[in-house]
Design a protein. Structure first.
Length: 140
């Protein structure tokens, strides 16, 4: 854990991830609070990669505190020069890829339910392309 700062410059952190940025990569050190287990996290990541392949995750490694915790380190491509997408832009994007809106930030299709799609988790580049960088996902 003492070498985690070697990953890059600390970035925004949330309930589940501490982030570090280096060149074109964002490293996310996941504390498993939202997922509860490595297996559930990796399952969610595989679904993310199916649905939102342009922001795919790769498993980089593990860190933690010796004998107490283990935390997966995920890597994801940095979306450069991005701004936060608006709720309307998120709704439009999700509809375009076949999801129906269930409530604010929550969408579903026949196979998946996706939520927590709020501006802090959805970015827009200079071309107007939308990128889902963090989402909660479950099978329906």
């Amino acid at each position: 854990m003492h070498e985690v700062f070697d990953l890059g410059t600390p970035g925004p952190s949330g309930n589940e991830n501490d982030t570090y940025v280096s060149n074109d990569i964002v490293y996310k050190v996941n504390n498993l609070l939202n997922s509860g287990s490595i297996v559930k996290l990796l399952e969610k990541i595989s679904w993310h990669n199916i649905l939102f392949y342009d922001t795919f995750y790769a498993l980089y490694g593990f860190t933690g505190f010796d004998g107490r915790t283990i935390m997966p380190i995920l890597q994801q491509r940095l979306v450069k020069n991005a701004t936060l997408a608006t709720p309307i832009e998120i709704d439009t994007y999700m509809a375009a890829i076949g999801f129906s809106k269930l409530s604010e930030g929550r969408y579903a299709n026949a196979d998946f339910e996706v939520w927590d799609l709020v501006p802090r988790n959805v970015l827009k580049d200079r071309s107007g392309d939308i990128f889902i960088v963090d989402a909660e996902i479950r099978l329906r």
